[in-house]
Each structure stands twice: as structure tokens, then as C-alpha cells.
Design a protein around this ligand. Structure first.
Ligand SMILES: Nc1nc2c(c(=O)[nH]1)N=C([C@H](O)[C@H](O)COP(=O)(O)OP(=O)(O)OP(=O)(O)O)CN2
Ligand SMILES: [Zn+2]
Length: 118
């Protein structure tokens, strides 16, 4: 099995309003998010790729258009704007574009990663 991955970044604000009021993440704050998309395949195409990394530029465009420099609670229309939910949201969109997508990971801080992998 072959696995490839590519990272994308965006900046956004959010508030986890379902946390207790004294939790720091209840307050308005922002992150420089890192999104990592993973694709898997048992075979390679005629070029020797699982898929050309350049094909994934559509995800960069989607992230720029929908998430970058936005308030995530407004984008999603709810207050559970967690890294887990972001990972699922971006997995769901990406899987519809590229069937080889196997997981999406989201980092909010240098020490944290959340992953959605069905
Ligand atoms: N399972 C999750 N836990 C938390 C999430 C999340 O999305 N999933 N999000 C947050 C906050 O939005 C933010 O990411 C804070 O994370 P945290 O690691 O607490 O960041 P800090 O910099 O404050 O932590 P240090 O321990 O000082 O590094 C919270 N939890
Ligand atoms: Zn946060």
C-alpha cells in the first residue's frame, strides 16, 4: 500500500461556546491551522503517483475560499468548531474529489492533532 500526504494552512478565529465559561477556549481566539490530507492506494498510475500532489490544489482553493481568515462559528453555523469536526468536514469534501483520500488531520497548535479516518 502506498500513502502520500500534503499539508495546507489557514488562519481563522473560533469560540468553543459549549465549553464551560471559564475554559480558555470559550473565549474568542484564533489559530494558524495546519490541515494534512492523506491518500492511499495499492497501485500507482502510469507516472508512478498515487495522485499528483498538484491535483490537491483544489483543496487549497476550497480552504482559502471557505475557512481562511473567517470566524469558524459563523462558517459552520454552530459552536462545536473543534479540530475533530474540521477534520471530518475536510475529509468529507476531499473524499468526494479524490477517492484515494484515507484521512484528514487538523492541527490547531504545535502540540495538537485531530484526525478523521473512517
Ligand atoms: N479534543 C479537543 N480538545 C480541544 C480542542 C479541540 O479541537 N479538540 N480545542 C481546543 C482549543 O480550541 C485550542 O486548540 C486550545 O488547545 P490547547 O492544547 O488547550 O492549547 P493551549 O495552547 O492552551 O495548551 P498548552 O497546554 O498551553 O500548550 C481545546 N481542546
Ligand atoms: Zn481553539
Amino acid at each position: 500500500m502506498y500513502t502520500i500526504s500534503k499539508q495546507f494552512t489557514f488562519s481563522a478565529s473560533h469560540q468553543l461556546l459549549n465549553l464551560p465559561g471559564d475554559h480558555p477556549c470559550h473565549r474568542l481566539h484564533g489559530h494558524n491551522y495546519i490541515v494534512e490530507i492523506e491518500l492511499r492506494s495499492a497501485t500507482l498510475n502510469s507516472t508512478g503517483f498515487v495522485r499528483d500532489y498538484n491535483d490537491l490544489d483544489a483543496l487549497k482553493q476550497y480552504i482559502d475560499d471557505t475557512l481562511d481568515h473567517r470566524h469558524l462559528n459563523e462558517v459552520f453555523g454552530h459552536d462545536d468548531t473543534t479540530a475533530e469536526n474540521l477534520a471530518y468536514f475536510l475529509y468529507d469534501w476531499s473524499k468526494k474529489q479524490w477517492p484515494e483520500v484515507s484521512a484528514v488531520r487538523v492541527s490547531e497548535t504545535p502540540k495538537t492533532w485531530a484526525e478523521y479516518r473512517p
